[in-house]
Design a binder for this molecule. Structure first.
Ligand code: GGG
Length: 358
C-alpha cells in the first residue's frame, strides 16, 4: 500500500465543484489499487480572504508544503475584483507558486478522440493536435518589481516589471529540452525578442542551454506569430516553452483546439518535489454552484499528479482511459455539448468517469 497526503485547495467559483469531482476519482483509484490518499483541505483565494483576511493563510502554506501533492481548483471572482492587487484572490495562487518554487507549468494540449468529430475545426488537424506548453511560472510580469501605482504630476500611473534572471530562463529551458527528448524532440521557444530586452536574454539563454541538448530541434518564434501558428498549424508543435504571461495567454487559446478550456489540465513543478495540479480554467463565477462545470480538466490534473508526482503511471492512464470512454459514450457537459438540453451535470460526468474506472 502506498500512502500519500494530498493538500486540497478548492478556492472559488467552480473550484470546489471540480476539486470534489477529482477527489471522488482519486478515492476510487485508491480503492482499486489499495493506496491510501489522505486529503487535507486548505483555504485559498477569495474564500480565504473572506474567512481569514488574506488569500493565502499560513495554515494553507503549511498543509501544502507538508503534502505529497497539491490539488487546486480555481481562484477569483467579481466579489473581490475591486480589491488592491496585493490582496486579490489571484495573489494567493501566485504566492503559493513562489513559496514552493513551482517554476515549471506543464500544460498538455491534446484532443480526446471522441471530440474530433464534433470539432468545428478541420478534423485532420484537430486529430493530430498533441503538444505541451511549458510556461515559466514564477517570474516575469507577474512577480517583477517595481509593481505599483503612483501619482506623477497629478496623474495616476501603474507599472509592472517584466524581469527575468538568466538562471530562471536556464532551468525552464532545461525542462523543455528534457520534455522534448521523451516526445517528438522539437522545442519552439516563444518570445518577443524584436521588442523586449527580457526576450533577447530569453532567446540567448535558451540557445546556450540548447548546446547541451543538440539532439533536440530548437526554433524561436515571436509570440504574435505563435498566436497565429497555433491556429494555422497547430500540429507543427511538440514542446512550446515560453515566459509567464505569454504562456498564460497562449494556453487559453490552445485549449480551444481541444474543444474547451474545461478540458485542459496542468501540473506545476519545481525544486521542492511537491507539485501543484490544477485545471487551466479559472473560477467561472457565471456558472458557480450550478453543477454545470466540466470536471474533466480537474480530474485530468489529478491524473497528472499521480503520474508526475507519485510515479503512478498505470493509475494515471486508467483515469485518462476512463475520460476517453465516457466521452465516447456521449457524456458532454454544457461547454462541449452540441445542445444545452443534452448536457450532463458535473456530478453525472464525474459518476460516469468513476464507473468507467472499473
Ligand atoms: N485554475 C487556474 C486559476 O484559478 N486561474 C485563475 C487565474 O487567473 N490565474 C492566474 C494564473 O494562472 O497565472
Amino acid at each position: 500500500m502506498t500512502k500519500k497526503t494530498i493538500a486540497v485547495l478548492p478556492g472559488d467559483g467552480i473550484g470546489p465543484e471540480v476539486t470534489r469531482a477529482a477527489i471522488q476519482v482519486l478515492e476510487n483509484i485508491a480503492r482499486l489499487h489499495d493506496h491510501e490518499f489522505v486529503f487535507k483541505e486548505g483555504l485559498i483565494g477569495g474564500s480565504a480572504i473572506d474567512e481569514k483576511g488574506g488569500p493565502l493563510p499560513l495554515e494553507t502554506k503549511e498543509i501544502s508544503a507538508a503534502s505529497d501533492g497539491i490539488l487546486l481548483g480555481a481562484v477569483g471572482g467579481p466579489k473581490w475584483d475591486r480589491l488592491p492587487g496585493a490582496n486579490r484572490p489571484e495573489k494567493g495562487l501566485l504566492e503559493i507558486r513562489k513559496a514552493l518554487d513551482l517554476y515549471a507549468n506543464l500544460r498538455p494540449v491534446k484532443t480526446y478522440s471522441a471530440l474530433i468529430e464534433s470539432s468545428p475545426l478541420k478534423k485532420e488537424i484537430v486529430a493530430d493536435v498533441d503538444f505541451v506548453i511549458i510556461r515559466e511560472l514564477t517570474g516575469g510580469l507577474y512577480f517583477g518589481e517595481p509593481k505599483k501605482r503612483e501619482e506623477i504630476d497629478g496623474e495616476t500611473q501603474a507599472v509592472d516589471t517584466l524581469l527575468y534572471k538568466e538562471s530562471e530562463i536556464k532551468r525552464i529551458a532545461e525542462r523543455a529540452f528534457q520534455a522534448a527528448r521523451v516526445r517528438e524532440g522539437k522545442v519552439v521557444s516563444v518570445d518577443k525578442a524584436n521588442v523586449l530586452e527580457s526576450s533577447r536574454l530569453w532567446r540567448e539563454t535558451v540557445d546556450d542551454v540548447h548546446d547541451s541538448y543538440s539532439d533536440v530541434e530548437l526554433s524561436h518564434m515571436l509570440v504574435d506569430n505563435a498566436a497565429m501558428q497555433l491556429i494555422a498549424q497547430p500540429t507543427s508543435f511538440d514542446v512550446i516553452v515560453t515566459e509567464n504571461t505569454f504562456g498564460d495567454i497562449l494556453s487559453d487559446e490552445a485549449s480551444m483546439l481541444t474543444g474547451s478550456l474545461g478540458l485542459l489540465p496542468s501540473a506545476s513543478m519545481g525544486s521542492t518535489g511537491v507539485g501543484l495540479y490544477e485545471p487551466v480554467h479559472g473560477s467561472a463565477p457565471d456558472i458557480a454552484g450550478e453543477n454545470r462545470a466540466n470536471p474533466l480538466a480537474a480530474i485530468s490534473s489529478a491524473a497528472m499528479m499521480l503520474k508526475y508526482g507519485f510515479g503512478m503511471e498505470k493509475e494515471a492512464e486508467q483515469i485518462e482511459a476512463a475520460i476517453e470512454k465516457v466521452l465516447a459514450e456521449g457524456y458532454r457537459t454544457s461547454d462541449i455539448a452540441a445542445k444545452t438540453d443534452d448536457a450532463v451535470t458535473t456530478t453525472e460526468m464525474t459518476d460516469a468517469v468513476v464507473k468507467a474506472l472499473e
